[in-house]
Design a protein around this ligand. Sequence first.
Ligand code: SF4
Length: 311
Amino acid sequence: MRTLLIYPVFPPTFWSYDKSLELVNRKVLLPPLGLITVAAILPQTWEFKLCDRNIRDVTEAEWDWAELVVFSAMIVQKEDLLSQIKEAKLRGKCVAVGGPYATSVPSEVEAAGADFLVLDEGEITLPLFVEALKRGENKGIIRTEEKPDVTTTPIPRYDLLELDAYDSMSVQFSRGCPFQCEFCDIIILYGRKPRTKTPAQLLRELDYLYDLGWRRGVFMVDDNFIGNKRNVKLLLKELKIWQAEHQYPFRFNTEASVDLAQDAELMELMVQSNFDAVFLGIETPDEESLKLTKKFQNTRDSLTETIDTLI
Ligand code: SF4
């Protein structure tokens, strides 16, 4: 199956870092990790091409080549996603859509003309999609309430990316977060029990990036990297050795809850593994607001002391 993976455009916002990226001569901050993971889960006898529309438009040759067009997007990419689904359907392609936006709001994607909605986590729903195609089905909504074991997730197909266009690569160690902030969709999408890959599995992903020649930043995309502290420490103990053996080819950054400051061993292991930035979920210093939004983990210690400890 000739499969064209398309990543829709992010409109300019603070988070698209357009001006900063111009300074470092890169087009985009991060790659579409979801789509290259999808490419790794689908049958490897299929052929794949990937177009990140934040880098360039889909070429006529790519449209002509594709038998199946696969999209993944977040809500901020909605406008371009819906227009590209319509474009693919005008060209008579079979269209499958997954990712966080379609999983949260499937009706709009369906109304735009998508043939298949392959929702929730792809380790479970993509094989069901492949089975549906084998049975000759030409549309459907495929969902699951099960959360997959991510220790079986294959290495993402980083080889499909135009690596020079990106400022950082992305890897994922865990999905899910133990907390219950009421505004957060992560616990709805991935659950409150963090599921982690194995250290060896993550190091194989880094080996692959290293072999492809990557030597810059790597964003650990976990929404809360320290959701399972025990397993994160097991990873970091191996990662610091890997980094030293490879002469520190990667600078890591990630996102974490503020209780990171309570664990000196964890912070030290992150520094030794060459983490140079952590995005913290502070939200507000107002304790009443924190309680109202169920962000209780930020009320346990003084936020000022927490920041002082981390810096
Ligand atoms: S700590 Fe972060 S990832 Fe976890 S529930 Fe709160 S906002 Fe979501």
